[in-house]
Ligand binder design. Structure first.
Ligand SMILES: [Zn+2]
Length: 423
């Protein structure tokens, strides 16, 4: 379909299908829901890594003594070759082996590092490097190769005397980084509050940000959550860009916030992030399977907060967005046949985002209720449209930011059109 035809089809379709769904519906229950694939989310033990320094015969120091680090075993094979073993927090676990460590050398030298994993796991993330406080960059392909069955990665690293080299599966974006980012949002006219609404298993803050106008009574609300899964940094970056675009003080955005509010939970799994986990929280559980029984404090407190706030403010939750990362850019949606608020929003929104960006590969995968994930909960609890927004692990970071911003702008365009005639 040509772009102009597609656009007019979008406008006509939306005006017809979405205007009727502006009226709030207040049906809130806090019942566990039944899913075709139930998951036992009772806590299970995790293995903590030993936090320490390893010093080579030439005085090269490796360490994991920072938030987000993961380095479980270290061995000097010869004076410039090292093996580093990476292990998960517990098993079974998703295939997302996170690693992160730093190296300080007293001399200029090149070294070889072999990353290896327990049996059954393969290397996944292209290493990101950062010297001192410089920019993160993906390792040059000439410095990096995998063995034939991809169970190990070989890195050739250049060390400079006195410099710190950070080596990480993805850029570090930990609790402290998010705290600083939230501090930077405070004082914006549309940021009504940045609050700690609860604590993780190990006592880290669970934040909530109320974005919109001071009075959010009777508004249509978009709930945004992010970082249930620690290694999924590109999705987290997209969420940050999304929020920053919401806060552009344009007339259109001001118009949007007359009828809409955005409730943001920017860091769902702070323990997992800071402990350098592959997937789980400190209870050893995949939080994005706990949206039926809420046995983990992170999911339970966020869900309760959304529900209580929605009741108190007579808010109409119309859309849930959950930011993640996987091997490629993908939107997980519901099929058109699933009845819900904003039905067909996903199609128009996703096409709108694609039209504003340079051509890049992405897919939309629609599937019905299966596991107890956040997407299912938004639908069952609020009858809301609900989309899991996944960014590819290695999607170029400038595109990730553009995409996050485009996602906010296209959402605003569509929702304003829907409620343009509201008083
Ligand atoms: Zn995920």
């Amino acid at each position: 379909m040509q772009a102009s035809t597609a656009k007019s089809a979008v406008i006509a379709g939306l005006a017809f299908t979405l205007l009727s769904s502006c009226a709030p519906k207040y049906v809130y229950k806090f019942d566990p829901n039944v899913f075709p694939q139930p998951v036992d989310t009772r806590s299970r033990p995790i293995q903590y890594q030993e936090k320490r320094q390893y010093i080579s015969s030439l005085g090269i120091v490796f360490d994991n003594q920072f938030d987000g680090a993961r380095l479980n075993q270290w061995q000097e094979d010869d004076s410039t070759s090292f093996s580093i073993g990476i292990e998960p927090e517990n098993t079974p676990i998703n295939h997302s082996p996170w690693y992160s460590f730093r190296i300080i050398s007293p001399i200029d030298t090149g070294i070889f590092v072999r990353l290896h994993y327990p049996e059954g796991f393969r290397h996944r993330y292209v290493p990101k490097l950062r010297y001192n406080r410089g920019r993160w960059v993906a390792i040059d392909s000439s410095q990096y190769h995998l063995n034939e069955d991809t169970t190990a990665a070989f890195l050739h690293l250049h060390l400079r005397a006195g410099d710190t080299l950070w080596v990480s599966a993805q850029e570090l974006l930990t609790t402290n980084h998010i705290r600083a980012w939230l501090d930077s949002l405070k004082g914006h006219p549309w940021v009504q509050s940045v609050e700690v609404i609860g604590h993780s298993t190990l006592g880290r803050p669970l934040w909530f940000v109320n974005i919109g106008t001071p009075d959010d009574t009777h508004k249509d609300v978009i709930v945004v959550i992010a970082r249930q899964h620690p290694p999924e940094v590109p999705g987290h970056m997209a969420m940050m860009a999304f929020v920053e675009a919401l806060l552009d003080t344009t007339r259109r955005n001001a118009n949007f916030f007359k009828h809409h509010q955005v409730w943001l939970y920017p860091l769902m799994n702070p323990d997992g992030v800071d402990l350098g986990h592959w997937r789980h929280n400190a209870g050893g559980i995949d939080l994005n399977r706990d949206w039926a029984y809420f046995r983990q404090p992170e999911t339970r407190q966020v869900a309760q907060h959304v529900i209580h706030r929605a009741k108190k403010h007579k808010a109409n939750i119309i859309l849930g967005l959950d930011f993640h990362s996987t091997q490629y850019d993908v939107y997980y949606t519901f099929p058109d046949s699933v009845d819900r608020k904003l039905r067909y929003f996903d199609r128009y929104w996703i096409e709108g985002i694609a039209e504003t960006l340079p051509p890049h590969p992405w897919v939309r995968e629609a599937y019905d209720l299966n596991a107890p994930i956040s997407k299912a909960w938004f639908l069952l609890q609020f009858h809301a449209e609900s989309i899991t927004f996944e960014i590819g692990d290695e999607t170029p970071r400038d595109l990730v930011k553009m995409k996050g911003k485009a996602a906010a702008r296209e959402m605003i365009k569509l929702l304003i059109m829907r409620c343009g005639k509201r008083k």
